[in-house]
Design a binder for this molecule. Structure first.
Ligand SMILES: Cc1ncc(COP(=O)(O)O)c(C=O)c1O
Length: 435
């Protein structure tokens, strides 16, 4: 656990999630399909949004729609919306607002930094990637082989889909300039030992670039404690609108040279943002971070806190409390799911299956059932109002490495904090009847 986290007022903490309140915040959760409640088990592909996010987006379009830095009211309001989203994401990530860069999605932002870092690489330099990662944290780096850079891949341990740390240590050397690795796998749920990997990268003199897209809805992020150089995530994966956010250490955002248009200034972080941002979505990002903080406030025991305690509690403290509650709930869902999956004949779970290791995985389950194509399973579940995904979800190296790519990849069942134990039981029952 990190130093910052230890400093937080944990004695006042009640980690039980107020699930009824949580679900009431997401209007889409009340949808029905063929007379059944929709079960949104597609969070890894994109989560649902709160009414507050929807309201913030439409409020911006209704009242403040303008471009930036103009000499009139709606333009000033737009500037404030952008500043507000930057400080929300700074609280979310544990950094300075000037270290948060916005873009259309994580992939675009990662291509932006890989191109800029790539400008400084020479033939003989190396980049270390992993077989576990989403292609968005692979291809932007892999294309640098056109500069003569050697690309290496850390293998996985097939039995539990964790990174082979010995292989990582073997492939890391003073030639390695970048280690790009995911915080958590969007295909099989593995959470990597980020602090260890970042320390190893730095000891070798390499930059550590982290893809936190899959981790962000499940765990509290502290870029200071991680000491990563860059970290990217996507707000649409953690209950906000479709946008991407990049953290970069200030020294890197200042030192590396982005490809940018001439009128754009050299100020950070703006020099990394290309063209006009999606202002309405930025309004939605602040609302989404505020929702997670409110969730945290509601899980702290108000009655055990003095007025001074409440006043001292920052949005970041509340985010921490919120994620503690999220993790507590998600662990319960994972344990139930692991127990149930183990009882379905012919079912193979790819990834960590030991309930004692539940803290090492997200509630994201990649499975196959003997004799059933994943797309067919997803279709049948979809007809019953259960939304899952099938294929490789761009974790293409992984499905190839596991030898399932040519047979339809995996069926992915992904839970987030708004999912319920009833939904776990429901998908288990349906899988059991389909098996
Ligand atoms: C782990 C992971 N990384 C990166 C991405 C790409 O994110 P974006 O759609 O914001 O480019 C995804 C999207 O599914 C993902 O799951």
């Amino acid at each position: 656990m990190t130093t910052l986290l230890n400093a937080l007022p944990q004695a006042n903490f009640n980690s039980k999630l107020d699930l009824a309140w949580v679900r009431s915040q997401f209007p889409s959760l009340s949808r029905t399909i063929n007379g059944q409640h929709a079960a949104f088990l597609d969070g890894p592909g994109g989560t649902q949004v709160t009414q507050s996010v929807i309201d913030a987006i439409s409020h911006y379009l209704n009242t403040s729609n303008a471009n930036t830095h103009g000499q009139y009211a709606t333009s000033h309001e737009t500037d404030e919306i952008i500043d507000g989203a930057r400080s929300a994401m700074a609280d979310f990530l544990g950094c300075d607002p000037a270290e948060t860069v916005f873009g259309p999605n994580m992939t675009t932002l990662t291509f932006a930094i890989s191109r800029s870092i790539g400008r400084e690489l020479r033939p003989g330099d190396e980049i270390l990637l992993t077989q576990l990662d989403h292609s968005a944290n692979v291809s932007p780096w892999q294309v640098l082989d056109e500069r003569g850079v050697k690309i290496q891949f850390v293998d996985i341990r097939e039995e539990d889909c964790t990174l082979d740390m010995d292989d990582l240590a073997r492939k890391l050397s003073s030639r390695t300039k970048v280690v790009a690795v995911g915080y958590a796998s969007n295909a099989v749920g593995t959470i990597n030992d980020m602090k260890k990997i970042i320390r190893m990268a730095h000891d070798a003199g390499a930059l550590a670039c982290i893809d936190a897209v899959h981790y962000a809805p499940h765990g509290f992020i502290d870029v200071g404690d991680l000491d990563c150089d860059f970290l990217a995530c996507s707000t649409y994966k953690f209950f906000g609108p479709h946008m991407g956010v990049l953290y970069g250490k200030r020294e890197h955002l200042e030192r590396f040279h982005p490809y940018k248009v001439r009128p754009n200034t050299d100020e950070v972080p703006g020099r990394w943002e290309m063209g006009t941002l999606n202002h309405e979505c930025l309004a939605g990002i602040t609302a989404c971070v505020d929702y997670l903080a409110e969730l945290g406030r509601r899980t702290s025991k108000a009655d055990s806190r003095t007025t001074d305690d409440v006043r001292r509690t920052t949005r970041r403290d509340s985010l921490y409390s919120g994620y503690r509650a999220i993790q507590f709930h998600e662990h319960e869902l994972s344990l139930r799911m692991l127990r149930g999956l183990a009882e379905i004949p012919g079912l193979r779970l790819y990834g960590i299956s030991d309930p004692a290791r539940v803290a090492e995985r997200c509630p994201t389950f990649g499975i196959r059932i003997e004799g059933h194509h994943p797309a067919e399973l997803a279709r049948q579940l979809g007809e019953r109002g259960i939304f899952t995904w099938d294929g490789n979800y761009y974790a293409l190296n992984l499905t190839e490495r596991l030898g399932v790519e040519q047979d339809g990849g995996l069926l992915r069942i992904g839970f987030v904090h708004y999912n319920t134990e009833e939904e776990v039981d429901r998908v288990l029952a349906e899988l059991g009847s389909l098996a």
